[in-house]
Design a protein around this ligand. Structure first.
Ligand SMILES: Cc1ncc(COP(=O)(O)O)c(C=O)c1O
Length: 467
């Protein structure tokens, strides 16, 4: 990485200045080249494996491999070959505490203490165990306990069957899991899953979350995304957590679409728990382990899905038949961590930490600023479905087009990897660690060429599946 250019509070001020100055100028190629020359992160792209002859704009679904991720994976494969079972204790570092160790490395990215983050399971499993845990707390009469909120006094009226607040633009798996957890406690999800509606089909107004909390006094858990998976709307986590606590509810988040792209301050925001994956912006590989945050004040609870890997570490191998939870987020691990699905994360996180999450966010905003400006200027038939306000914009941009599915196929065939999300969104993710400003320009060039030639009309719409 070249540190000689413009590294101050905002190393991308030059990019912002170009955009604030009224568009892209008369020579977009020259302007993009200048922005790339001023980019302190430009050298990082060489460490990632992205197509030489293509443009990878899908890191919000699956991040690319990197030198560091493959090196940590190779190391663990070597340890397996060399140490066999001894690797749990003799590898350097030992495998036994892999969840806690890599969790601690992730903690600064979300503004948490090391023992508040652990890697384990998948997002969906972690939604099950964490929502289940806090439903059990509510059913036992224990609500959130926050000094700054009179309603969150640590108690819950056991006569009130708790509801969970979600929203209609959530990733579906979260609803499946929460519904299952409600059902398993004899609570009717059709009644007690309170779904905040979207006014425009793209975004959720935080005021509507607050309004639902005003209207219903049975919400025990507010479970919201940090960023919406389709439009990329980013939420003010602190505002939602405060609203939850003021309503006497726990505040939980699905942070899949922001961790690694946007800095978080979960502790300062008063978040109770959060889940995310590591295969998107954290670049840890397909099916890499999930991660979770549990605020320190909740450590010691028994997880809804308890398993021996969450047992107090010092006595785990005494093989007691009763469970003693680890006094950390580690308690929410369940079974043996899949080492080979954890190993690449170690290197991948190192690369992100070296780049600095604040700097990654600054570059990401400059890249998405540029993408939005170019689409506005050159693609009148494409609408921007992502909030334009930087504070409410995550790491990708949703391009809306009536023929979005066919457009995304035409792009993919021309080497621009994007994805389609029904009904009309092409998601374009210029991820900061490996995307150049010139790449953003090239993506817009290719969309323009396809639309001008009607090339997308040659494609049949698919019948579903991952694109
Ligand atoms: C926002 C969000 N939540 C949950 C999931 C489900 O994650 P997993 O399959 O790891 O359980 C995804 C998957 O992409 C997601 O994007």
């Amino acid at each position: 990485m070249d540190d000689s250019h413009g590294v101050g509070d905002d190393p991308y001020a030059p990019a912002k200045a170009v955009l604030d100055g009224g568009g892209f100028g008369s020579d977009p190629v020259e302007t993009a080249a200048r922005l790339d020359a001023d980019d302190p992160l430009s050298g990082l792209a060489d460490r990632f494996f992205t197509p030489d002859d293509g443009l990878y704009m899908d890191g919000n679904s699956l991040g690319p491999a990197s030198d560091a991720a493959l090196a940590s994976l190779d190391r663990v494969v070597d340890e397996w070959r060399e140490h066999l079972i001894g690797g749990w204790t003799d590898a350097d570092p030992p495998w036994f505490e892999v969840g806690e160790r890599i969790g601690a490395a992730l903690a600064p990215l979300v503004g948490a203490a090391p023992e508040e983050v652990v890697i384990g399971n998948s997002i969906t499993v972690n939604v099950h165990t964490l929502v289940g845990t806090f439903l059990d707390e509510l059913l036992a009469g224990n609500g959130p306990d926050r000094a700054d909120s009179a309603a969150a006094d640590g108690s819950w009226d056991p006569d009130v069957e708790p509801a969970v607040l979600v929203n209609e633009l959530d990733f579906p798996s979260d609803h499946y899991a929460i519904r299952a957890q409600l059902r398993q406690r004899g609570i009717d999800p059709d009644e007690k899953l309170r779904v905040v509606e979207s006014r425009d089909g793209r975004t959720i107004d935080p005021a509507d979350v607050e309004a639902v909390l005003e209207e219903h006094d049975d919400v025990g858990i507010v479970f919201m995304p940090t960023a919406l998976y389709r439009s990329g709307q980013l939420f003010d986590v602190a505002r939602i957590a405060e609203a939850a606590h003021d309503a006497g509810a726990y505040a939980g988040f699905d942070a899949a679409h922001s961790v690694g792209a946007v800095p978080h301050a979960f502790d300062d925001a008063g978040v109770d728990f959060a889940v995310w994956c590591t295969y998107k912006y954290l670049n840890a590989g397909p099916g890499a382990l999930g991660a979770l945050f549990v605020a320190e004040r909740h450590h010691g609870l028994t997880p809804a899905l308890a398993g021996w890997w969450g047992h107090e570490k010092a006595t785990q191998f005494e093989m007691n038949l009763t469970y003693t939870p680890a006094d950390s987020a580690g308690a929410w691990q369940i079974g043996t961590p899949p080492l080979l699905a954890a190993a690449p994360l170690e290197g991948a996180v190192e690369t992100l930490r070296e780049a600095g999450i604040e700097r990654i966010r600054a570059k990401s905003l400059a890249l998405t600023d540029l993408l939005i400006a170019l689409v506005d200027e050159r693609l009148p038939e494409v609408a921007i479905g992502t909030p334009r306000d930087r504070d409410t914009r995550g790491g990708h941009v949703a391009l809306e087009h009536p023929d979005a599915e066919r457009l995304s196929r035409a792009l993919t065939d021309r080497g621009v990897v994007v994805d389609f999300r029904p009904p009309n969104v092409v998601r374009v993710c210029p991820a900061a660690p490996y995307t150049a400003f010139a790449d953003v320009l090239a993506v817009v060039d290719r969309i323009e060429a396809i639309l001008d030639a009607g090339a997308h009309e040659e494609y049949a719409a698919s019948e579903g599946g991952v694109t």
